[in-house]
Design a protein around this ligand. Structure first.
Ligand code: ADP
Ligand code: MG
Length: 357
């Protein structure tokens, strides 16, 4: 049984579709990332699951049950939002136990649960402190413990680490993932940060303009993006636009406007206008190779226009015909390409991905 089911859910604000017929299924125990730019509909979807937003259409289920008529506090969810503050006047223990107190659970049960949760988030010994006396990262862990206190079926997290600085955020990502695994709780996590989504998620839905562009594992979406938007939102992509000029030996030939041609193993009918995406690390930079592309290896010629050294790799911008191509070169040898140097870029036809524009 799926933990959360979203079926044709739509939500309009006036004529704006904050959610336009979204359907997806989240499995039991899964860490599911909603990734997309600001305004994409991520928060609206999360708040619809929680019950703060009432969709205009569609059905949402939690553990197989329709939730449309179930109030927020009966939906069996835990929540943690960026601006979902702790109660400043309550102690750490009281904050964590709050949800259980309002449910009138016995004091001994609350104390035991709080003790367990403090251990889980590695804050044993801090129960009597006030939130103000804790660091930003510690406050996040308290908020997480509070979200887990009632043992909910689903944990909903809306950019919970957004306010933390980079280093602390990375630490918290690691901890969050560990705690999620330990508890085994189904988690829906909203972020606009691609690295965060890649690091944490079992699967990701890329959201844009109220719709889902693609759902898949981080690797699936990265290696086989279906749309230009997905390709460029998750990672960096070079795009080649051209016209299909035939297929043979399992390769589709794409003629570029500047007369060069590239090949892909993806299929498309002759004459079709297509967009192909190639990841910068799939490209090899080398000395110019005037000969035509051979077999499964693509070759295009270009000239280096910029070089950025980033330690473990070098990013080159290469002027190739009517486009600038980005290339990541591992810092493995002394080989360097200077400004304006003529080079050839080669890559496997298999790494040329046809995407919807
Ligand atoms: P995200 O979380 O991906 O940034 P949101 O779900 O917050 O996106 O918003 C999706 C779209 O819906 C945005 O264009 C936003 O301005 C609009 N929106 C969200 N909530 C409201 C609201 N209460 N009233 C009007 N418009 C809203
Ligand atoms: Mg949001």
């Amino acid at each position: 049984m799926s933990a959360v089911g979203i079926s044709n859910v739509a939500k309009y604000y006036g004529r704006l579709a904050a959610l336009a017929d979204v359907s997806l299924t989240i499995q039991d125990g899964e860490f599911f990332g909603l990734l997309g730019p600001s305004g994409g509909g991520k928060t609206t979807l999360l708040r619809s699951i929680a019950g703060f937003v009432e969709p205009d259409r569609g059905e949402i289920t939690i553990a197989g049950k329709t939730v449309s008529n179930i109030p927020i506090n009966k939906r069996d969810i835990g929540m943690m939002f960026q601006n979902y503050a702790l109660f400043p006047h309550l102690t750490v223990a009281e904050n964590i136990g709050f949800g259980l107190s309002v449910r009138h659970r016995p004091k001994s049960e609350i104390a035991e649960r709080v003790r367990h949760l403090l251990e889980l988030v590695r804050l044993s010994g801090f129960e009597a402190r006030k939130p103000k006396q804790m660091s930003g990262g510690q406050q996040q862990r308290i908020a997480l413990a509070r979200a887990l206190s009632t043992n909910p079926k689903v944990l909903l997290l809306d950019e919970p680490l957004g306010a933390l600085d980079k280093k602390l955020r990375e630490e918290m990502q690691f901890e969050l993932k560990q705690i999620q695994r330990e508890v085994g709780i189904t988690t829906v996590f909203v972020t606009h940060d691609q690295e965060e989504a890649l690091t944490l998620s079992d699967r990701i839905a890329i959201m844009n303009k109220g719709g889902v562009e693609q759902i898949g594992s981080p690797r699936e979406i990265y290696e086989r993006p279906r749309t230009a938007f997905a390709a460029s939102f998750l990672g960096t992509a070079n795009f080649f636009e051209g016209v299909v000029s035939g297929r043979s030996d399992g390769l589709t030939r794409i003629e570029l406007p500047d007369g060069q041609a590239i090949f892909t193993t993806d299929e498309a009918p002759a004459g079709a206008k297509v967009t192909a995406a190639v990841r910068p690390e799939k490209l090899l930079a080398g000395p110019p190779r005037p000969e035509a592309p051979q077999g499964r290896i693509n070759t295009i010629q270009g000239r280096v226009t910029a070089e950025v050294f980033t330690g473990n790799s070098v990013t080159y911008k290469v002027d190739a015909g009517d486009r600038t191509v980005t290339v990541f070169v591992q810092n493995r040898t002394d080989e360097r390409f200077g400004p304006n140097q003529a080079i050839a870029l080669t890559w496997e036809a298999f790494h040329t991905i046809l995407v919807a524009a």
